[in-house]
Design a protein around this ligand. Structure first.
Ligand code: ZN
Ligand code: ZN
Length: 361
């Protein structure tokens, strides 16, 4: 793994921000990103010259294998005591902690019990580095997307009136696992009929009925990396309103994907899709942002939204483009692709056709 280059970028970023040059990294994804260590507990301490990994006896061997560039520090009775002893020897002065991944209780414990250092809240430092993916990361995201798409194609023919959403979800998950996913990127969203107006309607015991829209929002995880895609299908021939709304969303989605290029902000891309939906008269039914970054976390930076989409896109960023129209008590449509920003455009990583699929009923 490209660990050393990531650490160099991190040290540069800390310097650039005027953050402390010592950083305690405790969040699972950031820990994995910097060190390669996948265990469920542990912390990294990054200093200007060295990098340490604190793990207890359950993980000593795994840490040595996965994070060979990190000096191991064995956690004995409890992590705080070990950290306190270690830091009092090191005497680093200021140490940064990850404010977004530290509970208030953990913060109090750090400041109360490890008084020898000055704790400084840092925010989104490693997350910023994670936004731009290297080729190795892109391969894993591509594989996750292919796995999920292949599973979707496999289960689609079995979708029929009378089957419960959660029954389809079970097959879908099994199929992804059998095709090599280590798990789901997030709980499957399968929302049919009036439930499709809930953007995040998790699969329920509702049975599929003739005339339903069904929204499938699905992602696989491979080597820690997530994919994320949405397709909406209709059960039996679409009526006029279903067809109209579907095609408004599709037009907005395709225009936004086509607008992606380095230098533009997420807000600008959001606006492309939102304008089309507003012009068609459905603006009030598109309540969420257009998209988000995807990587080790299924929701990460950069954001493609009006308010938070201030980051200019850069080659190597991976984002979703997922406009939707959700009409309460009626139903909804969302179409979502995973897109990697290239040198001059956006390349779609999800491979399923966006023509409206009609399920025989
Ligand atoms: Zn999604
Ligand atoms: Zn998404």
């Amino acid at each position: 793994m490209a660990g050393n280059e990531r650490l160099e970028r991190l040290r540069y970023e800390l310097q650039r921000r005027d953050d402390p040059d010592h950083l305690l990294v405790a969040s699972a994804e950031n820990r994995r990103y910097l060190s390669g260590f996948t265990g469920s507990a542990g912390a990294l301490l990054i200093t200007p010259e060295e990098q340490y990994i604190f793990v207890d006896s359950r993980y000593t061997e795994q840490a040595a294998e996965q994070a060979p560039g990190f000096a191991p520090v064995q956690v004995k009775e409890n992590a705080r005591d070990t950290l306190r002893e270690f830091l009092s020897d090191l005497d680093p002065g200021r140490v940064g902690f990850e404010a977004g991944h530290t509970t208030y209780e953990e913060y109090c414990n750090l400041t109360d019990e490890i008084e020898a250092v000055q704790w400084v809240a840092t925010s989104g430092v490693v997350e910023k580095l994670r936004q731009v993916k290297d080729p190795e990361e892109l391969d894993m995201i591509r594989e996750a997307a292919w796995t999920a798409d292949a599973a979707f194609e496999e289960i689609l023919p079995s979708v029929a009136p009378g089957r419960a959403e959660e029954d389809i979800a079970l097959d879908f998950e099994f199929c992804m696992r059998r095709r090599g996913a280590e798990g789901l990127a997030f709980p499957l969203i399968i929302a049919s009929g009036v439930r499709s107006s809930m953007p995040h309607g998790q699969a329920s015991d509702k049975e599929i009925e003739r005339g339903d829209f069904i929204t499938f929002d699905y992602g696989a995880r491979r080597c820690g990396y997530c994919s994320d895609a949405t397709r909406t299908v209709v059960v039996g021939a679409a009526d006029e309103r279903q067809s109209e709304i579907y095609h408004v969303v599709l037009r907005a989605q395709e225009a936004a994907v086509a607008a992606i290029e380095p230098g533009k902000t997420g807000a600008e891309i959001d606006e492309v899709a939102r304008d089309i939906i507003e012009d068609a008269g459905y603006g009030e039914y598109f309540g969420h942002g257009l998209g988000h970054g995807v990587g080790l976390a299924v929701h990460e930076g950069p954001s493609l939204s009006r308010r938070r989409g201030t980051t200019p896109l850069e080659p190597g960023m991976v984002v979703t483009v997922e406009p939707g129209i959700y009409v309460p008590e009626w139903g909804g449509v969302r179409i979502e692709d995973l897109v990697v920003v290239t040198e001059d455009a956006g390349e779609i990583l999800t491979g399923i056709s966006k023509d409206l699929v009609v399920i025989d009923a």
